[in-house]
Write a new protein. Structure first.
Length: 346
């Protein structure tokens, strides 16, 4: 499983602010106001923004994400350039980030402030993007001398509650951190713990990311989808076999499993093709993923076969296929034969 970033070790080294006006989609008579240089960063402001980032990413709305290879968003490229240049390209790349955000927003989005930070976590580079929405009456003035916004003014707006942190994204070079995700986000307008599908324009359209699912969630989906598919198989004998095989597969001594492996090892070709098509419709991958059986542990211990005459056969792991003989009959019924001593009658 992915390791949670220790955000408490963040050091903020460089910071810059840009402003986005409210505008209708496609209306380019307005444009963002860009800072032409980084903001000065006294220690008090370093601590203030670090605390805000740590607080947001430490909430129950934090979500690990990875870059989506199918996304058209260029933001991942700009982020990587900031990290790989050790922050020296912060000004130009942060302008490109702000420009792209401006282009994809429409009239429903309030005017906003974009804060882009270069920092370090355990001496490794990180890029942090903070998207703030502000009341229309909240002013942010460009300094005519430096042609830049002062980060202290952003702090003052936040402290007067006229500006709130709604969205935060922290990104890293996952190869250097040896993790399987590209960053951690917090969109304070959604709750990933209760929302079944976590997707917002900030995470998906702007940042070009998709959530990293918890192995427990992925295993649950795999179980639910595969069980539903097996139940759709018309042949009762084949259905019983697939159910027993699936239970055994989930309990095998392996830390990783995949729908492709299960289908290749246990399904007939015609069913395998249908299964593959079914999972594609559900947008569930055939590739390997880490196994976590916590949710389904009690569901895979037994197999139950219920006949039309209300007779049921219940077998434990590994016993059903060895002790129950099933034979199809000419009239469409199924003959079940059990040869064993009677243990009890309830």
């Amino acid at each position: 499983m992915a390791i949670k970033l220790d955000t408490s070790t963040i050091t903020i080294e460089k910071i810059i602010v840009h402003s986005i006006p409210r505008h209708r989609k496609g209306d380019f008579t307005l444009e963002p106001q860009y800072s032409e240089q980084e903001s000065s960063l006294p220690d008090g402001l370093r601590v203030f923004f670090k605390d805000k980032v740590v607080q947001s990413l430490g909430s129950n709305k934090e979500l690990r994400v990875k870059y989506d290879g199918d996304s058209v968003s260029p933001v991942s490229t700009y982020i990587s350039q900031i990290i790989n240049s050790d922050g020296s390209d912060l000004i130009e790349q942060s302008k490109l980030i702000t420009k792209y955000l401006f282009e994809i927003q429409d009239g429903q989005n309030a005017s906003g402030i974009v804060v882009v930070i270069f920092g370090k976590i355990n001496d490794k580079g990180t890029c942090i993007i903070i998207k703030l929405e502000r009341d229309e009456g909240a002013q942010l003035e460009l300094d005519p001398v430096t042609k830049s916004f002062n980060i202290r003014d952003v702090k003052d707006l936040m402290l007067t509650r006229k500006t709130k942190i709604y969205k935060v994204g922290l990104f890293i070079d996952k190869a250097k951190f040896k993790v399987n995700y590209d960053g951690s986000t917090a969109d304070l307008q959604i709750d990933p713990k209760t929302k079944k599908v976590v997707t917002t324009w900030f995470i998906e359209k702007f940042l070009g990311c998709v959530p990293i699912e918890n192995p427990k969630t992925t295993t649950k989906k795999f179980y639910d989808y595969t069980t539903t598919f097996i139940q759709s198989v018309e042949d009762p004998i084949k259905k019983a076999k697939y159910t027993q095989d699936f239970n055994s597969y989930l309990q095998k001594n392996s830390q990783k499993i995949s729908a492709k492996e299960f289908a290749d090892d246990y399904m007939e070709t015609s069913d395998k093709d249908s299964y593959n098509k079914y999972l594609k419709e559900k947008k569930f991958r055939m590739s390997e993923f880490p196994k976590d059986n916590d949710y389904i542990e009690n569901k895979i211990k037994t197999i139950t076969m219920l006949f039309a005459n209300d007779i049921a056969i219940i077998g434990k792991k590994g016993t059903f296929d060895k002790n129950v003989k099933l034979e199809p009959q000419k009239d469409g019924t199924t003959k079940a034969e059990i040869v064993s001593k009677v243990k009890s009658v309830r």
